[in-house]
Design a protein around this ligand. Structure first.
Ligand code: MG
Length: 350
């Protein structure tokens, strides 16, 4: 089949007040083939990425053949090359991510297969999920045994320290001695603060510290890594393509990689990043991997058995851009049964 149309849309979000979408600007991308098959993907980069897809990538895509995953890989290389002068990362690659995922979805639907099957088949019937957010009691009630807390530094070190220690004590008490506990600093900590917190949190056995420093500070990250061991230094949601992750590997900047499948260049890029991670012995836990775009990768046995769900708080209103997305059961996620990624776009938001 050949691509007959491509269109990116910025959804009409209603509940952006407390939502991560306020910041992350996710876009929906629709591709259609001359066989009448439609695929949908999720990208980042907001209205800027919509323009990149509709006014640049579209004209390169219409007429291209998509009969197998190698065709998608070739298309990826051509699109990356085309937008490279203005975007080897950031919103151009976030737009490309949406296109790539839409092509995988379209191919899966054309063949009546789930994307996971295009990746070699289901190797994990269910994937352990971790809950990101501030509502420990809710995550406990839902059966989660893994949790990450955003801990951005706000005030004086003393107050930040107290808040983080109180979170860890409560999370350990509520979620149990075997629970995985992680902290996301969102680039708001200094290296010395991270070292101090690693020491003070030693008895709580924290799994990783995420996004401690700016992603550009490869030397600083590499120097920090051994100082917080055995806590792992995690990051990668702000890095793009296998070229970007190769630089992380070269600098030995991180212990654990977290590419975002809807930002890093789509599934095609994520597969290349995963191959690089395996070569370097680095565990891979995709950012927001509990959404279908990353979940198929994890269910295919690629990366660790750990899928992030950004949960927020009990009772929060959320925009459902994708209908049929899997809900966690006892802290685990299973893939939808339908072909492609197995979700439908919510037309009301388009
Ligand atoms: Mg993060």
């Amino acid at each position: 089949m050949k691509i007959s149309d491509v269109k990116a849309v910025y959804p009409k979000y209603q509940h952006v007040g407390k939502s991560w979408r306020t910041h992350f600007w996710q876009i929906a991308v629709r591709v259609e083939s001359d066989a009448g098959v439609v695929g949908w993907g999720y990208g980042g980069g907001g209205v800027g990425a919509v323009e990149v897809v509709n006014r640049h990538l579209r004209e390169l895509l219409v007429g291209r053949r998509v009969n197998d995953v190698d065709d998608i890989s070739e298309i990826w290389d051509d699109l990356y090359f085309a937008c490279l002068p203005y975007g080897r990362g950031g919103l151009a690659v976030m737009g490309l991510s949406g296109v790539d995922l839409a092509l995988w979805d379209m191919l899966g639907r054309a063949e009546g297969k789930r994307v996971c099957e295009l990746l070699g088949g289901v190797r994990r019937e269910r994937v352990r999920a971790y809950a990101t957010g501030q509502d420990i009691a809710w995550y406990r009630d839902l059966g989660f045994t893994a949790h990450k807390s955003p801990q951005h530094r706000r005030d004086r070190a003393e107050e930040d320290r107290g808040r983080i220690l109180a979170w860890a004590a409560e999370a350990r008490r509520e979620l149990g001695p075997e629970a995985l506990l992680m902290v996301d600093a969102y680039m708001s900590w200094e290296a010395d603060f991270a070292v101090e917190m690693a020491a003070q949190l030693a008895s709580q056995r924290i799994y990783w510290f995420e996004d401690v420093l700016l992603p550009d500070d490869l030397e600083g990250l590499a120097a920090l890594r051994p100082r917080i061991a055995p806590i792992l230094l995690a990051g990668g949601e702000h890095d793009f393509t296998a070229h970007g992750f190769a630089r992380l590997a070269g600098a030995q900047a991180l212990d654990l990689w977290q590419p975002d499948v809807t930002w890093c260049g789509g599934l095609t890029a994520a597969l290349r990043i995963a191959a690089l991670a395996e070569k370097h012995g680095i565990p891979l836990v995709p950012h927001r991997g509990g959404e279908v775009w990353g979940l198929h990768l994890l269910a295919a046995g690629i990366g660790e058995d750990l899928a992030e769900l950004v949960m927020g708080r009990r009772g929060d209103s959320r925009d459902q851009v994708w209908l049929g997305a899997p809900e966690p059961t006892d802290g685990y996620l299973c893939l939808p049964e339908e072909p492609g990624f197995g979700v439908r776009v919510n037309e009301e938001l388009l």
